[in-house]
Design a protein around this ligand. Structure first.
Ligand SMILES: [Zn+2]
Length: 251
């Protein structure tokens, strides 16, 4: 976040189904555009739906691909650059096959969505790292304060794939993030739902340049305005407020 243009790139954006709300991909892209975002990494929260059969898993994957297509078409119209992240879930029979730089050019992993400690999960994680390494794609990993989503859980992959860029979403917990940043040069973090005191601690520890602007938008909307009708103006306003709040606290 040293660069004054840092806010033109949002590394953590979603669309799709999130609990009871649906965020239309094209609407999300328009809201980003209205706020000066020129580049974004996007993934679909529709991936959080747990399939109960192979057919349902196939259906969900197809639906997510259609959402990506819609987002890409809108971004092309607006001359924005979208990097689409493939949200991999072991239970959806995911493989990195589609992550070829055409439809998808990076990965999203949420340790609490899917059984990553299973044989399927660890095989998938290995395949993701190999693909990311060969094709120079980033991996965005949700981090949290529980054992299951602690970034330390992935430490052996950070060490084994030094050429892969891993972005630790939310930077939790701060102490662990600072330790890992000190040890591995291939790690970045994002500001999404990262408390400002924690962001400042990471910067003070000398890692400001490792931090990316990321919002988790439109989950920001979901947290603040549950039940609201989702319109472009409501979404755009929510993004603007997220940005202004962060800027007001760091300046
Ligand atoms: Zn997210």
């Amino acid at each position: 976040m040293e660069d004054p243009d840092a806010f033109a790139f949002d590394c953590h954006v979603h669309f799709g189904q999130y609990n009871h709300l649906y965020y239309q991909p094209s609407l999300v892209v328009k809201a980003l555009h209205q706020n000066g975002v020129q580049r974004a990494w996007v993934s679909s929260t529709t991936a959080c739906i747990a399939p109960t059969s192979f057919d349902e898993a196939q259906y969900l994957s197809g639906h997510i691909d259609e959402e990506m297509q819609e987002a890409i078409e809108e971004a092309n119209r607006l001359k924005m650059a979208l990097i689409t992240l493939y949200w991999a879930v072991p239970e959806r029979y995911c493989t990195p096959d589609k992550v070829d730089g055409e439809m998808y050019a990076g990965f999203k992993i949420h340790p609490k969505i899917g059984e990553w400690s299973s044989k399927n999960g660890s095989d998938l994680l290995h395949d993701i790292c190999v693909c990311a390494s060969q094709k120079k794609f980033p991996i965005l990993i949700h981090t949290g304060i529980d054992d299951v989503d602690s970034p330390a859980r992935f430490e052996k992959y950070f060490a084994e794939y030094p050429e892969v860029t891993f972005v630790l979403a939310h930077c939790r917990n701060t102490q662990e993030i600072i330790r890992l940043f000190g040890k591995y040069g291939n790690l970045l973090g994002d500001t999404a739902f990262c408390a400002i005191e924690d962001y400042k601690k990471i910067c003070l520890a000398g890692f400001k340049s490792r931090m990316l602007w990321g919002t988790d938008f439109p989950i920001t909307h979901w947290h603040n305005r549950i039940g609201d009708k989702i319109t472009l103006s409501v979404l755009s306003e929510n993004y603007k407020n997220t940005l202004l709040l962060f800027k007001s606290k760091i300046l």
